[in-house]
Design a protein around this ligand. Structure first.
Ligand code: MIG
Length: 676
């Protein structure tokens, strides 16, 4: 195993790599020592590496593109963009780890760019045969990992595991968090909780958690509860807990700027917020309107914010989702004023000159559009960190504390919000009992919580997009993950929700979530709810097995989801499969992501059992029909109310009986499928 750390300049200290191996070598400031490609640190940082025609690139966590990342450009930048269309370059996470694999020589190497600001990864986009990684600053640490002693069949997995060891063990969610969870933007009252619970019960749909979105808060103020919607919050939570339903509220990053709000008053008094250059507090709008932004990079602010979760924990809550922590900024005070002036100027022009109308209307819409999450705003505020952490990122230093510009360390914000919560849970000995996941993330955050993949849409293509991100997220340590099943934005339909759920059966995070204003997409809102129950029942039957695989992946630093390429790198077809995944030690999944399909083509790299489940196929009797299929391509039929999955010929999978929630699963009553 070869592990090298190449330090250029004075990087910002990031605790993503926490276990540098004893056999690892450290180099400083010598681009020529880098074992592959070429590094240039003249004006900015640029790594360039030639690629053979068939070289493949894996990794980059939460990102658009394929399982093989080649052919696109990626901007590693935590971005609140709810439109995940094909051309997008940044999503909510920033995960700078990738592996280059050359199938012709069966060699691979891994690269991790430890850098807190924007990193651009041009994976054969500008020039088809070049991988170029670029950052503005030359203060950066780059890790190189290779394993020349690994067998060709395991070289990529070996590099990934080495990296995973270096970044520390992945967060393990509590067992109940493997249950099905129901969420919707709009849920915020006791009536919502009761309605969702009762409808699941009525339609025999298993359920473990109901989420509360921003409306449970009083005026969108973190750590408050709306008295009208939830007059007795603790009692409402208890009512749910008594039925084995967990209640999971949202926490947003920004805190309402309000001198009558005790949390904000504390934040101001203790100097816990991000500041502008003149020392005044950043005030930018999110849901509560003008808000202050906790300086999560400052350990005192982190401790303060983390302790606030106690308010909700005391009411019986044992799960949280952290949102808006890229951080999302609807507009800043300065930004909105500037845009308003610009609009007046443009409208005056438009009214006085006919010829320029077209361009001006574009400029007007750009002006409005660019107010949100503006780079100018990210460049306008600052964090306070320990001087020794700041490296060359310090803008100024005073009494052992350094000021750094947010834009330069942007990708660490959500990471440190998650860390704030998790460190508090850990301090009270409850880390393993509390569910925590986040929208924004950076490598390192995987030790503290999971991630969901943000605002997808009720689009068929977004089933596939999720599937493609899962293994890359696993490479970067994020195992507890999944997408908004059914799709967040737009209106879903019955078939699309069923197919989304059929993928969700296998993702550790299995949550139906949708946006305000979209069609109501709880399973019980569609015809023949027994079809939904059939799919959810399969999940519950598999939970003990899936949880075990998930825990093992965390403990052994392996991947829960893998591209077929990682397990069958010498199989030319398996190598390029973009719509099937290996799961844990025994399974392969091949979800359907097209409307009106009766089935799909599935490639089997080896002989496997094809298992099939639906409500009318035996879940009552505890039998799942199975058929041994030869290696090769098969058309496998799969109706929308069925889930088909594949088990290796030598594996057997334990199943328990379905139950209405994880607490009620009888873990001692096990049957087996596969090689029995
Ligand atoms: O600006 O809290 O991704 O899951 O429902 C939107 C409302 C804010 C974005 C999250 C989404 C959540 C929504 N939030």
């Amino acid at each position: 195993m070869t592990v090298e750390k190449h330090i250029f300049g004075k990087p910002f200290y990031i605790d993503s790599v926490i276990n540098f191996p004893p056999y690892g070598k450290t180099f400083t400031d010598e681009p020529k020592n880098f074992p592959v490609g070429k590094i240039d640190i003249q004006d900015d940082f640029k790594f360039t590496c030639k690629m053979n025609e068939d070289d493949m690139i894996f990794g980059l966590g939460e990102a658009m593109g394929g399982i093989n990342k080649r052919g696109r450009i990626y901007k590693s930048w935590c971005n609140d963009d709810p439109h995940h269309t094909e051309e997008k370059e940044s999503l909510y996470g920033a995960h700078n780890f990738l592996v280059v694999y050359s199938p012709s020589i069966q060699k691979a190497f891994g690269l991790y760019f430890d850098y807190p600001g924007m990193l651009e990864i041009d994976a054969g986009f500008t020039k088809i045969d070049e991988l170029v990684v670029h950052s503005e600053k030359t203060d950066i640490a780059v890790y190189f990992i290779a394993d020349d002693s690994a067998s060709p069949d395991s070289v990529v997995k070996s590099i990934v595991s080495e990296f995973r060891k270096m970044i520390g063990q992945s967060y393990i969610a509590p067992f109940w968090a493997m249950g099905f969870m129901q969420s919707r933007w709009g849920y915020g009252s006791e009536q919502d909780l009761v309605r969702v619970y009762e409808n699941h019960k009525k339609h025999n749909l298993p359920l473990d958690a109901i989420f509360l979105d921003i409306d449970y808060m009083d005026e969108f103020k973190d750590f408050t509860v709306n008295k009208e919607n939830l007059p007795n919050f603790a009692a409402a939570v208890k009512k749910m807990n008594d039925k084995n339903i967990h209640v999971v509220p949202i926490i947003d990053a920004g805190i309402k700027a309000d001198d009558t709000f005790d949390v904000d008053v504390e934040g101001v008094k203790n100097d816990f917020y991000c500041k502008k250059a003149d020392g005044s507090l950043l005030a930018a709008a999110v849901w509560p309107n003008l808000s202050h932004f906790p300086d999560f990079l400052n350990s005192d602010a982190r401790r303060w914010f983390g302790e606030k979760y106690k308010i909700l924990l005391d009411a019986g809550v044992d799960g949280f989702w952290n949102d808006m922590n890229e951080p999302a900024l609807f507009y800043s005070e300065d930004g909105i004023k500037e845009a308003a002036n610009k609009l007046i100027e443009l409208s005056n022009k438009v009214l006085s000159d006919d010829n320029t109308q077209d361009k001006i209307s574009w400029q007007m819409s750009d002006t409005i559009w660019n107010v949100k999450n503006a780079m100018k705003d990210y460049a306008s505020f600052y964090h306070t960190v320990d001087e020794k952490e700041a490296g060359n990122f310090a803008v100024s230093v005073k009494n052992g504390k350094a000021t750094v510009c947010h834009k330069d360390v942007h990708n660490l914000y959500g990471f440190n919000m998650t860390k704030a919560a998790s460190e508090y849970f850990d301090s009270i000995g409850k880390k393993s009992d509390i569910l925590l996941f986040s929208r924004a993330s950076f490598i390192g955050a995987h030790r503290y919580g999971g991630v969901w993949t943000g605002d997808n849409n009720s689009w068929w293509s977004h089933i596939l997009l999720c599937l493609k991100m899962l293994p890359s997220l696993n490479m970067c340590g994020f195992l507890y993950t999944g997408c908004d099943l059914g799709g967040f934005g737009c209106n879903t339909n019955r078939e699309l929700l069923l197919r989304f759920l059929a993928l969700g059966v296998f993702t550790p995070l299995m949550r139906n979530h949708s946006a305000l204003g979209t069609r109501e997409q709880e399973c019980y809102n569609f015809e023949n709810t027994e079809d939904f129950a059939g799919i959810l029942n399969l999940r519950y039957r598999l939970i003990p097995y899936l949880y075990d695989q998930y825990k093992k992946a965390s403990e052994n630093n392996t991947m829960y989801f893998r591209p077929l390429a990682f397990d069958y790198p010498t199989d030319k077809i398996a190598l390029r499969i973009e719509d099937q995944l290996m799961l844990g030690e025994d399974l392969m999944i091949a979800p359907i992501y097209e409307a009106n399909a009766k089935g799909r083509f599935v490639y089997l790299p080896e002989e496997m059992y094809c298992l099939r489940s639906s409500h009318n196929h035996g879940s009552e009797e505890g039998i799942i029909p199975q058929e041994l299929l030869k290696a090769g391509t098969h058309f496998v039929e799969c109706a929308p109310n069925e889930v088909v999955f594949f088990v290796k010929k030598t594996s057997r999978i334990p199943l328990v009986d379905a139950a209405e929630n994880t607490k009620s699963l009888d873990l001692n009553k096990v049957t087996f499928v596969g090689a029995v």
